[in-house]
Design a protein around this ligand. Structure first.
Ligand SMILES: CC(C)(COP(=O)(O)OP(=O)(O)OC[C@H]1O[C@@H](n2cnc3c(N)ncnc32)[C@H](O)[C@@H]1OP(=O)(O)O)[C@@H](O)C(=O)NCCC(=O)NCCS
Length: 234
């Protein structure tokens, strides 16, 4: 199996925004209008418009608007069977100006991207959200390595939660991931699911400078393809 990860720049001019906005479904347009800040509205519109454009392209469907999404119990979107003859699966993540979209076939997937924000109180957040072992490992790293390690850990944990589609119903402290120099990106243990480490494959994703990202797949990792969304080419 292969997976393609698309990089989507959420900055675009007003004419591009209008093109992508016209590809949203009525419920997505309503959702876009609910954002208080214009910047958030634009980012949502570009990400959803790009998502529809890319999926329609992969499906060989020339009308992105007609794609229908279903939503899982905790909000994970998926393509409705009626427009998904090849069992495509996908997951989208956005942070600041960047979105990543992972697309696979027949294999559940989760992706996360985080803008590295040096001002964040990482040790306090780690104590609150990470497992005890993760939080202690982070505190034990040299100070200069901690910020990237924190965002690596966060992105890896989120990608796993997103692959499973369970949202924050799955306690972040229930499982542990590898992070920091000398530890590969992987799922180390899931105390709520003893079979998980043999099933879910977690990996680090290289992405734009200043961001950290991770991908989790249900099953083995095949070839990883990278692509960039360019509105004029789509
Ligand atoms: C909703 C959640 C799945 C991800 O939220 P997030 O990190 O704010 O947002 P991301 O950009 O990574 O992902 C959002 C996208 O994932 C998809 N998504 C929504 N619910 C999902 C779910 N249950 N599972 C997988 N994907 C989901 C959607 O496409 C959504 O984008 P859209 O609605 O704009 O189309 C959830 O895990 C969450 O709220 N996480 C925050 C956890 C946190 O506070 N962590 C602290 C440090 S570890």
């Amino acid at each position: 199996m292969s997976v393609t990860v698309w990089e989507i720049d959420l900055r675009c001019d007003l004419s591009q925004l209008a093109i992508l906005s016209a590809r949203l479904s009525p419920d997505e347009m309503i959702r876009a209008q609910r954002f208080v800040r214009e910047r958030d509205r634009h980012r949502f519109t570009v990400a959803r418009g790009a998502l529809r454009t890319i999926l329609a392209g992969v499906l060989g469907n020339d009308d992105p608007v007609c794609l229908v999404f279903n939503y899982g119990a905790y909000g994970k979107p998926s393509l409705a069977d009626s427009c998904n003859p090849h069992d495509l699966r996908f997951n989208l993540a956005h942070s600041h100006d960047l979105a990543l979209l992972a697309v696979t076939q027949g294999q559940e997937v989760g992706v996360d991207v985080e803008l590295v924000r040096p001002e964040v109180e990482i040790l306090a957040l780690a104590r609150r959200f990470f497992s005890l072992a993760e939080s202690q490992r982070l505190a034990g790293l040299p100070e200069g390595e901690r910020i990237e390690a924190f965002f690596d850990c966060w992105a890896r944990k989120e990608s796993y939660i997103k692959a499973r589609g369970e949202g924050l119903n799955l306690a972040l402290a229930r499982f542990e991931v590898g992070f920091g120099r000398g530890q590969p990106a992987c799922l180390k243990v899931d105390h709520g699911d003893p079979q998980a480490c043999g099933r879910w494959h977690l990996c680090h994703l290289e992405t734009r400078s200043g961001y950290r990202a991770a991908l989790t797949l249900d099953g083995a990792m095949g070839v990883l393809h990278r692509a960039e969304f360019n509105i004029s080419g789509n």
